[in-house]
Ligand binder design. Sequence first.
Ligand SMILES: Cc1ncc(COP(=O)(O)O)c(C=O)c1O
Length: 288
Amino acid sequence: MKVWIDGEIVEGEEARIPVLDHGFLYGDGIFEGIRISGGRVFRLDDHLKRLGIASRCIGLPVPGGLEKLREIVLETARAHGQPEAYCRLIVSRGVGSLGVDPTTCSEPRVVCIVDAVRIYPEEKLRTGISMITSSFRRAAPDVLDPRVKSLNYMTSVLAKQEARRQGADEALLLNHDGHVAEASVANVFAVRSGVLLTPPATDGALEGITRRSVLQLAVEAGIPAGERSLGRFDLMGAAEVFLTGSGAGIVPVGSLDGQPTASGGVGPVTEQITERFRAFAAENGPEF
Ligand SMILES: Cc1ncc(COP(=O)(O)O)c(C=O)c1O
C-alpha cells in the first residue's frame, strides 16, 4: 500500500493523521473510491468532478484545486506501480479545535491511498451474492445528501453489519418512501421485461461512476436502459439484479431476503455488460 500524505508518499503503515483532524473526529470530509485498471486511473476526471461538487456542497475548499489532486492520484498510482489497484482519495477538514465548528480548522488535509483491489471471489461472481433488505433507510437529502460522498458512512456501515449478522453479503437500502436507493456501497440495477433499470440518484443513490458507465455501455449494446424509481417488488420480479461500484465492479445478486433472484446468479444482460465493462475500464482514464 502506498499513501500520499502531507506532501510525500509513504508505506501504508507509516501514514498518520493527527487526532484533532475533523475527518477523524466528525467524519467531516469527502472522498472518492477509484478503480485502477489496465494501468489507467478509470474515469479520473469524472471522479474529480464529483469530488469538486461535493466540496462545494459542504463548503470545503480543495487545497491546490482539482488539478493538484489529479497529480497526487497519478503520482501515488505510479509509486504503487500495479496496473490493477484501488485508489482512495480523501479530503478532510483538517486539524481544528475539539468542537464541531469547521471554522477552527485551518487547512484541509489530502490523503491518497493506493492498495490492492479486493473483489468478490470468482464463485460469487457466477452464483451471485446474497442481499438482504436493510432496516436502515438512506437519509433524505435534507439530512445528509447521499449524492455527497462524505466521510459519514455510518448508515452504510450499519446496513452492512446487519447483512453480515444475517449471513448475507450485502444490504439493500430503501429511502423513506420505500423506494430502492442503493446497496451499502454500490448502485442497484434490475432487468425487467428486457429493460435495464436503475433508480434515479434523487431516490437516494450516489451518482456512481460505474453506474453511468453501465448505462452508457447498455445504450451502445442496444439494450434499452434508463432511470426509474424501483421498489423491492421490482427486484423480486426482475429477470436479473446486479450491483455496480468502483471497488467490486459489476456484481450479480443471487438472492434477495433469502429468495433466489430469477437468474439465480449472473444472467445474460449482466454477463454482456460485464464483458463490455472489462474492456471499457482498461481504456478510459489517464495512464500513469
Ligand atoms: C454509497 C455508494 N453508492 C454507490 C457507489 C458506487 O459508485 P462508483 O461506481 O462511483 O464507485 C459507491 C461507491 O463506492 C458508494 O459508496
